[in-house]
Design a protein around this ligand. Structure first.
Ligand SMILES: Cc1cc2nc3c(=O)[nH]c(=O)nc-3n(C[C@H](O)[C@H](O)[C@H](O)COP(=O)(O)O)c2cc1C
Length: 228
């Protein structure tokens, strides 16, 4: 297991080995060739996962990155891994297809990564050709105090959308059609993503379309059309 610094997530966690510069290059190259494979396999959307304590997040968060080289220390150095990786991936991904980045917009810990940092990083990512930020948070600190509740991550999508002028996706405990509709209609996010609610109810899009009086927007199998 590797990371920017030899720091375990918790007392029970294994301690990662600090990556060398050559190993960082190898990982970045793997992301680049994975993008080519995704393109050749016919995928229509690529997202770079830089949230939830995964590698890119542990590079940009000051909690997990204590490096003394150009990949650690200052904000500029900590975001270098993400920016360089995205740059090399974006080159391989067709201009007309969406490329998004999943960010943990806050570590929710004193001295950790903040929403202001995320806004600044989003501005840089926009200049790298990123189309949308998928706004999540946390996953990098065992002692984070997270105020979980309906739509609890929406303010991040809203803040990045306004301050970085970047398209954003809201995610996390969005469960009602009206709730999703309100987010888009009031310009708080450009896209709503659902996880658990789609597992609980695979017909969610149909129900939500009815709830917001948009049922004609979804295709219906011909045999049901007359009764729809
Ligand atoms: C128990 C659980 C485990 C999850 N594990 C991961 C994970 O390993 N990687 C990841 O990118 N997202 C993970 N997620 C986040 C989901 O991919 C998704 O973004 C989230 O559940 C969306 O919020 P919602 O389910 O409230 O709609 C997890 C979510 C839950 C509830």
């Amino acid at each position: 297991m590797v990371g920017p610094s030899a720091l375990p997530f918790s007392k029970q966690s294994r301690t990662p080995v600090e990556l060398t510069i050559d190993e960082i290059r190898e990982i970045q190259e793997s992301f680049r060739v994975a993008t080519i494979r995704a393109r050749e396999a016919g995928f229509q959307w690529v997202e770079f996962h830089a949230a939830h304590g995964y590698l890119a997040h542990s590079f940009y968060s000051p909690l997990s990155n204590k490096r003394g080289d150009k990949y650690g220390g200052s904000f500029e150095n900590r975001i270098r891994f993400t920016l360089e990786t995205v740059r090399s991936m974006r080159r391989e991904w067709p201009e007309e297809l969406p490329f998004s980045v999943h960010l943990s917009c806050s570590d929710w810990v004193e001295g950790g990564w903040t929403i202001e940092d995320s806004i600044e990083l989003s501005k840089r990512l926009k200049t790298e050709g990123v189309d949308l930020i998928d706004c999540s948070f946390g996953g990098n600190a065992i002692d984070a105090k997270i105020p979980v509740g309906a739509g609890y991550q929406v303010p991040f999508a809203e803040a990045i959308r306004q301050s970085a002028e970047m398209l954003t996706a809201a995610v996390g405990m969005i469960t009602k059609g009206m709730q999703a509709d309100e987010l888009i209609r009031n310009g708080r996010a450009d896209l709503v993503l659902l996880g658990r609610e789609m597992l609980r109810d695979p017909y969610w899009p149909l129900r939500a379309a009815q709830e917001v009086h948009q049922k004609d927007a979804l295709p219906v199998p011909p045999q049901y059309e007359r009764a729809w």
